[in-house]
Design a protein around this ligand. Sequence first.
Ligand SMILES: [Zn+2]
Ligand SMILES: [Zn+2]
Length: 420
Amino acid sequence: MFNLQVKFIKMLFRAVCRKRGIPLFIALFFVSSLQFYCYAGERPTVTLEVIRAIDHRLPTLSDEDMKQILDEAKRIIYIKLGDKIEIDFHDNGTISLPNLFKNYQYQSSKFYKDLKDWKYNLNNPPDLDKDKKYIIDFLKQWELDSLKDFFPDRQIRSYDDFYKILTITYHKKIKWLKSLKTYNGANLIIQPPVSFQSYVEWLSLMWYQDKYDIIFTNTLIVYDLFSEPYPHTICKHAKAGGSSCSSPKRKPLDGRSLVVNIFEEYGNIEGIKPATDVPKATKNKILGGFYFAHEFGHAFYYIPDVYDHSNACLMNSSLSNMEGLKGYNAIISNLSMCQKCQPWIIAKEYVICAQNAYRKKDYARSGNMYIQAVSKTPKIIDGDYNGYVIGLYEKALDAYTKAKDKNNIRRCKGLIKNQK
Ligand SMILES: [Zn+2]
Ligand SMILES: [Zn+2]
């Protein structure tokens, strides 16, 4: 039925264009853009597996809280990032953090073995200067001017200046985190350190596990990946408020997953809890519509943290947007999509079209859409650009192989080789 409609539209365009003397290539442009929107309009359903991983020493979420968070997340994602997909959440209840981490032998993976060299040892702080060049390269993804706001009372003339202030701040924040106590006086950071309070361990667990797309947790996760000191993370609490992770075994988010940390809103820890106490329903809106929806923007749309978009932008991570209630109010103050985020959203829409076409066994078009998705994808994404692009080319190759399109198979192989 669908193909018939497309054929009919093509015929109609050809007839109209010939009659009016419009060149065929313009007609084809119209037809191809129309097909793009035909497929984009199909809204595939993405079902996401959700679980709560609990530190029993700290306040946590009820089933009702969970529902409120997920409902608000969905609402804000549709408004801010578009509704090209239907999101469906499947709540798997709760698991204790020690059990979650015991279930997976992730420390035997190469991923973990490589990553652990970048782990900040809480009881023996690393000498960051050894990796100064690497860290400065990481910081260069942002304009120096957009970084200056993190230290408004300091003179920052170069990335080197910024690096120095940032690393001093990092060490101070870790020391401070170690001094915090739970409501009954126990150390908030368990000693000796446990895996579930380390960001590096979480990243490795998420990379290895095969069951969940979104994990909510209520514990303090120290941001201990010192090779990537996100300025907004370090300047706030040096803890992970949430993260989009790589989970190659999980298909719904195309090999990605999310960790959402409710510790700041729910933990009730002096120095970390929000300045303004708000009702639980509001906390849940902040967690769903601000923290979770933001992480979803990273995981699904590959939008990086940005510091120069408007305050109503879901992906804006500048310091003025970092307080939960303030940030949430800012994003709902203007319920339209951020124009500066559009390039990432459009690029992802091409991927959705490619997947839709593939499902319809329209393999040649699927391959073309994947190739177009690459050309639309901004060079800076949340994650590894090269790896992402190679993944798209591989999907295009698979589609062209199914279409038995020898020329494009050869072309795709060349593109993959060049990108590696
Ligand atoms: Zn972010
Ligand atoms: Zn934006």
